[in-house]
Design a protein. Sequence first.
Length: 285
Amino acid sequence: LERQVLLGSEEAGVERKPVPFPGIVDISAAGGGLLEYRASLLAGKGFAVMALAYYNYEDLPKSLRHVHLEYFEEAVNYLLNHPQVKGPGVGLLGISKGGELCLSMASFLKGITAAVIINGSVVSVWGTLHYKGEILPPVGLNQNRIKITKDGFVDIVEVLNSPLEGPDQKSFIPVERAECPFLFLVGQDDHNWKSEFYANEASKRLQAHGKAKPQVICYPGTGHYIEPPYFPLCPASLHTLVGTPVIWGGEPRAHARAQVDAWQQLQTFFHKHLGGKKGTIPAKL
């Protein structure tokens, strides 16, 4: 298990006896490797954060063809048993593929108290998900739906099949099994996949099974990569799984404002549901 635990205090620079912090597992997108920048920033806000690598890093798998949730379960249990994590559960934070994985973890694993999904999918994408004999096949796709922009970049937003029809329904993550509250942060100009549609379908399925309505915050003019504040907009770049540059969407000013608001929203959500500060911050957009 490749991991990095980053411990933070709300009183930066003040030496004091270590006390337990709310714990969060932070999972990045499908680029692979171990990315620590968001976990580092969040650790400075009063959380104990584990930045979790899950493929294409040291001895981890080199592809996402098969994803085994037991690996992620080990990470959750490690954090739950860490002396500086207060428990009784931990939070999950994921973006893109990481959001999809967090949704799967919340649906299959125990010990999850809150989950923030940033432009995540509600279906298994690109590979098969495994957990204790259960299997979620990847949703189908049609490369004929790829579009080319006037600048020569690839637009893949229409490529994936609908998870509401035919055999692709088997790819839908069983979110109704989850016992934790969700916060979905959605860029309405996401061109990686239909994040707003996925968040709304997850909300419908949760409510249809008697679960609480999740919080869904949609940001107009905002693309796929909603990063911490002041990270520049990335309008297009190489998609690791597609193998070619794709557009991510987003208008610079709207995207920047969304990143500032989303950063505050997720902190408030975690403090509320992981035993810290209470209250919510109203969306400004």
